[in-house]
Design a protein around this ligand. Structure first.
Ligand code: SAH
Length: 345
């Protein structure tokens, strides 16, 4: 039988677990604190536990990955390559600022969506991450920066809504056990039929972002292959329902690709589509990846697009991705196998 790792267990579950091991129930609270606040990697580290017991449990699975490589960009953003139990490697990014520490987590190893402008899809899809593999990414960054994580964005590798049960489980754990407020947690999705409704049914108070990237169906299909199965109007209707069900507004992400979707007329068309919608548009100037020849628009062009939206009373902000020089910015993350992985030998 495969033993399930301790990470993602709640206080009540950990209390039951220590009791089943023949220990007093109060050790459940100690274990919870050592797991989620101190970020232990082995039960042998829990010095408040009796020595003989913790040593007998030193190999008990906790669910932590190991750090393979860390790259730091000049803006102090750090990209980690984390090695999972099965040897697969995922990327996680820690983004520090004056008041925050944000972690950009992966929800899958690789991605099956194959969006034309994104590096992750170029490497294909390997598998979904378990909930503990998502929480581990946050604890790793928290440990490494020696600072509490304030925000988590599901904007690393993968499509979170194709791994919804594990993503929702991780969100509850990050909220209740790691102690991050739901509003500090953001899911970003390409949008898939039925999936937005399914997420809405969880009534989370998280921040919800949809990668729209185009002002009409034809252009969206050109950039995002999966959009062929999801008409633009249906996507927007599902987002309206999401607002009605959760009471939270939607952020629309819009990558800016020079000469493709950055014309002021396209800003007009976008504003028209979003009329009367409780939303916010987040413009993301394209971050270059090697496989494609899209270009980032000039600063003037980015500003005119943004102003055209503001004139139409659409709330707008521009996201200048951090970590560009470490290939850690939006769209630059890739899945790889560890070179020493015996599966590859
Ligand atoms: N699968 C999720 C998360 C993707 S990453 C989604 O599709 O929303 C977060 C954001 O970065 C998405 O809006 C994604 O479209 C965008 N992105 C992907 N590649 C990019 C690139 N090369 N430059 C800028 N943004 C990019």
């Amino acid at each position: 039988m495969v033993t399930s790792p301790l990470l993602t267990k709640s206080l009540a579950e950990l209390t039951d677990w220590v009791e089943a091991q023949g220990q007093p129930r109060y050790r459940g609270k100690q274990l919870h604190q050592w797991l989620y606040e101190k970020g232990i990697r082995s039960l042998a580290e829990v010095s408040v536990f009796p020595k003989a017991w913790r040593e007998s449990l030193q190999d008990y699975p906790i669910g932590r990955s190991s750090i393979d490589v860390c790259t730091t960009a000049p803006d102090l953003t750090r990209k980690y390559l984390l090695r999972l139990q099965d040897g697969l490697i995922i990327e996680t990014v820690g983004i520090p600022s004056a008041k925050r520490l944000t972690v950009c987590v992966s929800s899958q190893v690789g991605c099956a969506m194959d969006c034309t402008f994104c590096a992750t899809g170029k490497g294909g899809f390997f598998r979904n991450l378990s909930a503990h593999e998502i929480v581990d990414q946050v604890l790793t960054v928290q440990n490494e920066f020696q600072t509490r994580v304030s925000n988590v964005v599901f904007m690393g590798m993968g499509e979170p809504l194709l791994n919804l049960p594990n993503v929702v489980k991780a969100i509850h754990c990050l909220n209740q056990d790691v102690g991050i407020g739901q509003r500090g947690l953001t899911i970003s999705t390409v949008g898939l039929p039925q999936k937005i409704q399914q997420l809405a049914q969880h009534h989370l108070q998280i921040t919800f972002a949809v990668s729209l990237h185009a002002s009409n169906q034809a252009l969206r299909e050109q950039l995002i292959p999966s959009a062929k199965h999801y008409p633009f109007e249906q996507l927007l209707a599902d987002c309206r329902d999401y607002v009605a069900i959760t009471g939270r507004r939607v952020t629309f992400e819009y990558i800016l690709l020079a000469g493709v979707n950055d014309h002021p007329q396209q800003a007009q068309e976008l504003a028209q589509a979003l009329r009367g919608f409780q939303s916010h548009v987040n413009l993301i100037p394209y971050n270059p990846i090697s496989e494609v020849d899209y270009q980032r628009p000039s600063e003037a062009r980015i500003q005119s697009f943004s102003e055209a939206l503001t004139l139409q009373r659409v709330a707008v902000s521009v996201r200048y991705s951090r970590g560009l020089q470490a290939d850690a910015a939006c769209g630059q993350l890739r899945a790889t196998r560890a070179p020493q992985d015996p599966v590859l030998a």
